[in-house]
Design a protein around this ligand. Structure first.
Ligand code: NAD
Length: 357
């Protein structure tokens, strides 16, 4: 490993390496913070080119989860796990159950869930060895596919942004560009159309485009994400991969609002300032995409979709609060969101210092 994990992970509480050569399991769990409760975050199963890359990714992702949970008002800390390898060839019942036994040894300091490369059925396998699992299938008492409330929450954040920018919470009559119409993007298109927006979509998968066109013949299709951002939009919703907001995208963007589901949308620190200087209202990614976390977190209380949906509705108020603090403090919304999350981690986290027997 090129970097010292204690140096690059100096903010993190704990980083655990798990190794089971017989099944090929190589996993890393990073617990960034348990200030607000047990760390919750998904397990990413991905063929990292090096252990150093996997360490860097799990450290970044777990830190992001602390902020997401804190801003969403959950009693959860931030953690994340990665399993190194190609899930298409390496994933077996044995590997998942070995992983489950290792997660069990953390005794509830870390709860796992689905992420890139892992699905609810995988969580069911892990749960056969481990009590600290969310995102299981509905048949096993789980919350199932988290993209439903992720999309709903993004829509709530977008309504709050519309209210702030235009004085009306409705997207009716606005043109919204959705880049990436996978699990989340597809549900978002439905909310937008029901609200009366004109929707332009793009996806690298023609199957994804066809599916959406079949369901919603009124959507327009752009040839690429580049073509979409360069077209006349009121709102841009990045719902594919991270890093969508580059200097080049900000330069050509005509949208007044950016609000989408993708994690880590800002390609580098400083893009949030460029957006602000251009008059683009950016709804911070982890603020508006916390609906999925809210959905799987609800499983810890015995899953109720209605209760989780009600909590995800709160993303509207949270997003508005972020814009209001940004205006008061004279900072971009991304900075305001960090301030609110850090404030809650500090103010609520310190209560653990009141000793209880
Ligand atoms: N699923 C959730 O609950 C959830 C929660 C929080 C955040 N997110 C984030 O939201 C984003 C979407 O998640 P998802 O679950 O819908 O994933 P997904 O894999 O189902 O969908 C992503 C879609 O983006 C498309 N895509 C990839 N590269 C593209 C490009 N360059 N241009 C256009 N389209 C492209 C893919 O073909 C796919 O259809 C991801 O960044 C994810 O991390 C998801």
């Amino acid at each position: 490993m090129t970097a010292d994990v204690f140096e690059i992970g100096h903010e993190h509480e704990q980083v655990v390496f798990m190794n089971d050569p017989a099944t090929g399991l190589k996993a890393i769990v990073a617990i960034h913070s348990t200030a607000l409760g047990p760390a919750l975050g998904g397990t990413r199963f991905y063929p990292y080119s090096s252990t150093a890359d996997a360490v860097q990714d799990v450290l970044n992702l777990s830190r992001g989860m602390s902020y997401k949970a804190a801003l969403a008002g959950l009693d959860l800390g931030g953690g994340k796990a990665v399993i190194i390898g190609d899930p298409g060839t390496l994933k077996t019942e044995g590997l998942l159950r070995a992983y489950g036994r290792f997660v069990q040894t953390l005794n509830g300091r870390y709860y796992t869930a689905c992420d890139v490369g892992t699905y609810s059925e995988d969580m069911d396998h892990i749960a056969r060895e481990c009590s600290y699992v969310t995102g299981r299938t509905v048949a096993h008492g789980g919350a199932g596919d988290s993209s439903v409330l992720t999309a709903y929450g993004v829509f709530q954040g977008m309504r709050a942004a519309a209210g702030f920018a235009w004085g009306t919470d409705s997207l009716a009559g606005r043109t919204v560009g959705v880049a990436g119409i996978g699990k989340v993007g597809r549900h978002l298109v439905r909310h937008l159309i029901e609200d009366g927006a004109s929707v332009v979509v793009t996806d690298v998968s023609s199957a994804a485009v066809e599916r959406v066109r079949e369901e919603f013949p009124q959507v327009t299709v752009a040839a690429s994400a580049d073509a979409l951002v360069a077209s006349e939009l009121d709102v841009y919703a990045p719902c594919a991969l991270g890093g969508a907001l580059t200097d080049g995208v900000v330069e050509v963007l005509s949208a007044r609002i950016v609000c989408g589901a993708a994690n880590n949308q800002l390609a580098h620190p400083g893009v949030e300032k460029m957006l602000e200087e251009k008059g683009v209202l950016y709804a911070p990614d982890y603020c508006v995409n916390s609906g999925g976390l809210i959905q799987v977190a609800d499983e810890l209380e015995g899953f109720s979709f209605e209760r989780a949906k009600q909590r995800a509705t709160g993303i509207f108020e949270t997003t508005r609060g972020v814009f209001e603090l940004a205006a008061t403090d004279g900072v971009p919304p991304a900075v305001a969101a960090d301030r609110l999350a850090e404030r809650r981690m500090r103010d609520v986290g310190r209560l653990r210092g009141i000793w209880l027997r």
